[in-house]
Ligand binder design. Structure first.
Ligand code: NAP
Length: 251
């Protein structure tokens, strides 16, 4: 299958790339980002780097013909382009809205219309949101309220697009809590994160687990339209266990 990883240069994108490069069911990867995607550090000896095409997009509101050509024929897309809360605070709100909402909706609409073989097969779109994103505007969270409502608005757009597509698009919203990687943060930062997580009740997932869960759903089919942190942990651990035993779950 051909997989698009949008946001392939980021923290989660890099781990998705690492795992996709060794997964036998993934035959081609279009790594979509605003800059070149290199082969990730730590990609093991089993990584087939010939599968990787780096696709640099200069404008995520209007795709060039050459970018569309590179993305055509994909079976699934994992959408990881987004902003961290610290970046959100530094940007004008209109820009935050544009990156989170316009980029995602334009990306989904553009990619879903590209030619695919067979054209009758549905296109899988996995949008990575966050545990605290809220779809109901009446339930504004008290921490980062506007941002959580914006991410919830994006989730609703993605699900609505799939609903009216009459089976052409299957969508899944992944709602992880804090995504962690052993050794990524120092002791002090870890303590701050632990206090922050308990304060707002945020669950945690390992980056390897979420990458494995996303890949599993992109390859084998979407279980349900919304995957909460606990679902992602379970799916990720199952996929990693199967892989360790030499059994890649494939369609
Ligand atoms: N990390 C977490 O703990 C966590 C928890 C819950 C949800 N999430 C969500 O999961 C997704 C991926 O997270 P992550 O940790 O991998 O984030 P990340 O490391 O910041 O990566 C984000 C990706 O989006 C791209 N991006 C950011 N701003 C952009 C812009 N203006 N134009 C084009 N591309 C842009 C980045 O490109 P560059 O590499 O060029 O900057 C990168 O490829 C995000 O939506 C995030 O909100 C993350």
């Amino acid at each position: 299958m051909k997989l698009i990883v949008a946001g392939s240069t980021g923290f989660v994108g890099t781990e998705v790339m690492r795992q996709a490069l060794v997964h036998p069911a993934v035959t081609s990867i279009a790594a979509l980002a605003r800059r070149v995607t290199a082969v990730p550090q730590g990609a093991g000896s089993g990584a087939d780097t010939t599968k990787l095409t780096s696709v640099v997009c200069e404008d995520f509101r209007s795709y060039s013909e050459s970018v569309k050509r590179d993305l055509a024929g994909a079976d699934a897309c994992i959408w990881l382009i987004g902003l961290t809360p610290s970046e959100v605070k530094k940007m004008p709100w209109q820009e935050v809205r544009s990156i989170c909402l316009d980029y995602t909706v334009t990306g989904l609409e553009t990619i879903a219309q590209l030619p695919r073989d067979p054209a009758s097969k549905s296109f899988r779109f996995l949008y990575v949101s966050g545990a605290n994103a809220e779809r109901d505007p009446r339930k504004k969270p008290w921490v980062l309220g506007d941002y959580c409502l914006l991410r919830g608005e994006v989730e609703s757009h993605v699900l609505e697009h799939a609903k009216v597509s009459r089976g052409a698009v299957e969508a899944c919203i992944a709602k992880p809590g804090l995504i962690d990687e052993p050794g990524r943060t120092g002791v002090v930062m870890k303590a701050v994160q632990t206090i922050g997580r308990s304060f707002i009740g945020l669950p945690k997932i390992d980056v390897g687990e979420i990458a494995a869960a996303l890949l599993d759903q992109a390859i084998n089919g979407i279980d349900t339209d919304t995957l909460l942190n606990a679902d992602l942990v379970r799916l990720g651990q199952e996929a990693l266990r199967a892989r360790a035993a030499g059994r890649h779950r494939s369609p």
